[in-house]
Design a protein around this ligand. Structure first.
Ligand code: SAM
Length: 281
């Protein structure tokens, strides 16, 4: 079955970043335009770990922050939560997310808003998660998004998870961390600011969470093996074909991969699971 992007590309439905020049557009939108659905460092495998760790079930009310084209949303909906709300700030992404339906009776909807101020009610969710979006935020905005997740969660049963890019190891030389971050920003044209595993944990702890589980995985987003695992063989071949037919896009993709490979010893993917830290009465 053709993927959402293939359908969108075939049916000319607008995708995030449509009309932007391949040489300058954010890397994740360039990849989406080539047909890639999975736009996160640890791929579908780490996403499945995260959803298993969250234990999404038919009692749950789920909010996904930065759901983009809905690749994880589809996996979540197969777990038949009572309610699923996708949040993204991109118009085209929200248009695609609004077409989502689950196999079960899930009440599914999409909301266009900033993940730091969703406009959703206090305590409306039992599960909140976000993938490959906090890395793109400056530190103050990272805090606001995590604080918003805390506000959305129903204190007693709430679970929060993230899946992001991380710098390794924890005691990485700050000067090298800055160089890697600068190379990343130059390649993906997004203000990416990954953190070390302990700094990601610290961010959650500071905003009122207790981290209960963690998993890391290689950052292999543009490696052939991972591309096929994440997208499937035929979609992966289609993505490669579109890149080969678009010299400007191909240059960008090869540059991104070159930077990911050059720093592969210090780049990884991380997923953290956390619960609200009980507040003293
Ligand atoms: C790299 S993509 C990741 C998409 C998806 N979560 C995934 O893992 O495949 C980043 C997405 O985050 C959204 N985004 C970034 N910052 C946001 C914010 N502050 N509020 C809402 N959406 C945001 C972008 O519109 C884009 O859809």
């Amino acid at each position: 079955m053709a993927s959402t992007n293939d359908q969108a590309l075939q049916q000319n439905i607008s995708l995030p970043g449509d009309g932007l020049d391949a040489a300058r557009m954010p890397g994740h939108w360039l990849l989406a335009r080539l047909g890639k659905r999975v736009l996160r460092p640890g791929g579908v495998e780490l996403t499945r770990w995260m959803l298993d760790a969250l234990g999404v079930d038919p009692e749950d009310r789920v909010v996904e922050l930065a759901a983009d084209l809905g690749a994880t949303a589809r996996l979540t909906l197969t777990r038949r939560p009572a309610a699923y709300t996708a949040v993204d700030r991109d118009v085209a992404a929200v248009a695609t997310l609004s077409t989502l339906t689950g196999p079960g009776p899930t009440e599914a909807r999409a909301v266009r808003s900033d993940a730091a101020a969703t406009g959703l009610p206090d305590g409306c969710a039992t599960v909140v998660y976000g993938e490959a979006m906090l890395t793109m935020q400056p530190c103050p905005a990272k805090r606001r998004v995590v604080r918003e997740a805390r506000r959305l969660l129903d204190g007693s049963t709430g679970r929060y998870a993230l899946h992001e890019l991380c710098l390794l190891p924890d005691d990485l030389d700050p000067a090298l961390a800055d160089r890697i971050t600068a190379d990343l920003q130059d390649a993906i044209h997004v203000g990416a600011r990954p953190l070390t595993p302990s700094d990601w944990s610290e961010l959650l702890i500071t905003e009122g969470f207790t981290v209960t589980a963690q998993k890391t995985a290689p950052m292999a987003l543009l490696e052939p093996r991972r591309l096929i695992d994440d997208e499937g063989l035929i979609p992966a071949l289609r993505i490669a074909g579109r890149a080969l037919r678009d010299p400007s896009a191909l240059r960008r993709v090869l540059h991104m991969r070159h930077v990911f490979r050059r720093h592969s010893a210090h780049l990884g993917a991380i997923s953290l699971l956390a619960v609200p830290t009980p507040t003293r009465a």
